[in-house]
Ligand binder design. Structure first.
Ligand code: PMP
Length: 406
C-alpha cells in the first residue's frame, strides 16, 4: 500500500471494521460508497452549531445555514462545470431527479404519440419513470440496443430518432458492465435533430470529471451517496433554457412566488424545483464530499480506479472458471462476472464469509439481464480507497468460491 493509499483509507473509519473477524474488503461502491470523516464532521458541525431552517429566517442561524447551502450549490455547480448555479437543483438522489425530469419535462414538452429513447443497459430508475410518463400521455418508449460486447449500438440511433423523439435518456456508465458510453457522440447525433439528452451520471460522477458544458448534455442527474456524500442527497442539473420553461414537480413552500386562491405564481430556478424544506444538511455534506474528490484530483481518482479495474480483469480472466460479463473498450468502476454455472447469490455468500462485500443479482437492470440471457451477475465495484491488496484478497476468495462450487 502506498503512503497516499494509507492516508486516504485513514479518512474512512468503517474500512477498519472487521466482518466475521476478517478485515473488511468493501467492493460494493456501485451501490453506495463510504463517507470520509470530513463529510460526517461537517454534517455534525451543522447540526451542533448552525441548524436552522434555510431561506426563511431573518435570524443569525438561519442565515448561516442558508449561506452554507448556497455555497454548497456553488461547489456542486463547479464540480460539474455548470454555466450557472441556478441550473443545479438539490434532490434526494438520481431516482428522485429522474422522476422530477420525467414529470416536469413530460408535462411541459410531451404529448400523445411522442417518443422517449432509453437504452438496453439502463438502471430501472431510468426506465420506469419514462414508462409511467408514456402511460400517462399515450407516448412510446424506444430502446437503443447494445452489442454483444456490452456497448451501445449507437449507429442504430439514427434510425430510432425521428420528429416525434422528445428526449434521449442514457447512462454515462453502466452500473452492471462498467461500460463508459460515448456521450459526446450521442449528444452530437441528438442535437443535429434538435433532441435534448439527459445523462444518468450515477456511475460516472463518482469516478471521473464530468463537465456538462464539455459534454453539452442538456440534463445530468446523480446521487450524493455514491460519491462519498450522505444518503438523501443528489443533483438534478438542467440547462436554463429548459428549466425556465418546465412546470414544477412538487408544490409547496419555497417554490412559489405568490400564493393566492385566485392563482399561484412560481419562484425562479433553482427554487421552483425545491419545494419544502430541503435536506440542507445532506446538501452541505455532499459539497464536502465533492471538495474531497476535487482535492484528491480527478487524475488520481481515474488512474487509481483504472488500475484496479485492469488489475482485477487480469487476475480473473481465464482463471477459476470466471466468465467476465461484457467486454467494453472503455470500462469504469465495475467488473461483473459469473463463475461456471454457479448462481451469483451463492458466490456472493461465500465471498461475504471471507470479508469481501460484493453485490449479486440483477442490479436493477432486468432488461439488460434478459438481453444477456442471465439471471444476474456478481459485481465488484471500486472506490478511491480500494487497493491492489483488496483485489488480491477478493481474487483469493473467488478462487475458493470456485473450488467450493465446482
Ligand atoms: N442509475 C444508475 C446507473 C445507478 O447505478 C443507480 C443506483 N444503483 C441509480 C440510477 C439509482 O440511484 P439512487 O438509488 O441513488 O437513486
Amino acid at each position: 500500500m502506498t503512503p497516499k493509499e494509507l492516508e486516504i483509507r485513514s479518512q474512512f473509519a468503517i474500512l477498519y471494521e472487521k466482518v466475521y473477524s476478517k478485515p473488511l474488503v468493501y467492493l460494493d461502491n456501485g451501490a453506495t460508497t463510504q463517507k470520509p470523516n470530513r463529510v460526517l464532521e461537517k454534517m455534525q458541525y451543522v447540526y451542533e452549531h448552525l441548524n436552522s431552517n434555510v431561506h426563511r429566517g431573518v435570524h443569525y442561524l438561519s442565515n448561516q445555514c442558508t449561506d452554507l447551502l448556497e455555497e454548497a450549490r456553488r461547489v456542486m455547480a463547479r464540480h460539474i462545470n455548470a454555466a450557472e448555479e441556478a441550473e443545479v437543483i438539490f434532490t434526494r438522489g438520481t431516482t428522485e431527479s429522474i422522476n422530477l425530469m420525467a414529470f416536469s419535462f413530460g408535462e411541459t414538452f410531451c404529448k400523445a404519440g411522442d417518443k422517449i429513447i432509453v437504452t438496453e443497459m439502463e438502471h430501472h430508475s431510468n426506465i420506469v419513470p419514462w414508462q409511467m410518463l408514456c402511460q400517462r400521455k399515450g407516448m412510446t418508449l424506444r430502446v437503443l440496443p447494445i452489442t454483444d460486447e456490452g456497448e451501445l449500438d449507437i449507429e442504430k440511433l439514427d434510425t430510432l430518432i425521428n420528429e416525434k423523439t422528445k428526449l434521449i435518456s442514457v447512462a454515462h456508465v453502466s452500473n452492471v458492465l462498467g461500460t463508459v458510453n460515448p456521450i459526446k457522440d450521442i449528444v452530437a447525433k441528438a442535437h443535429s435533430k434538435n433532441v435534448p439528452v439527459m445523462v444518468d451520471g450515477a456511475q460516472s460522477v463518482p469516478h471521473m470529471k464530468v463537465d456538462v458544458q464539455d459534454l453539452d448534455c442538456d440534463f445530468l442527474v446523480f446521487s450524493g451517496h455514491k460519491m462519498y456524500g450522505p444518503t438523501g442527497s443528489g443533483i438534478f442539473y438542467g440547462k436554463r433554457q429548459y428549466l425556465d420553461q418546465m412546470v414544477p414537480y412538487h408544490g409547496g413552500g419555497e417554490m412559489i412566488d405568490k400564493v393566492s386562491f385566485s392563482g399561484t405564481t412560481y419562484n425562479v430556478i433553482p427554487f421552483k424545483f425545491e419545494a419544502g424544506t430541503p435536506d440542507y444538511v445532506a446538501a452541505i455534506g455532499l459539497a464536502e464530499a465533492a471538495k474531497f474528490m476535487q482535492e484528491l484530483g480527478f487524475d488520481y481518482i481515474e488512474n487509481q480506479e483504472h488500475d484496479l479495474v485492469q488489475y482485477t480483469l487480469s487476475q480473473l480472466q481465464g482463471h477459476y472458471g470466471v466468465n467476465i460479463i461484457g467486454a467494453p473498450k472503455q470500462r469504469s468502476g465495475s467488473v461483473s462476472f459469473l463463475i461456471n454455472k454457479a448462481h451469483p447469490y451463492d458466490v456472493g455468500m461465500i465471498l461475504d464469509k471471507m470479508g469481501v462485500a460484493v453485490r449479486t443479482g440483477h442490479h436493477c437492470a432486468q432488461p439488460l439481464m434478459e438481453r444477456l440471457g442471465i439471471v444476474g451477475t456478481v459485481r465488484a465495484s471500486f472506490g478511491i480507497y480500494n487497493t491492489r491488496e483488496d483485489v488480491d484478497i477478493f481474487v483469493k476468495a473467488v478462487r475458493q468460491a470456485s473450488a467450493m462450487l465446482g
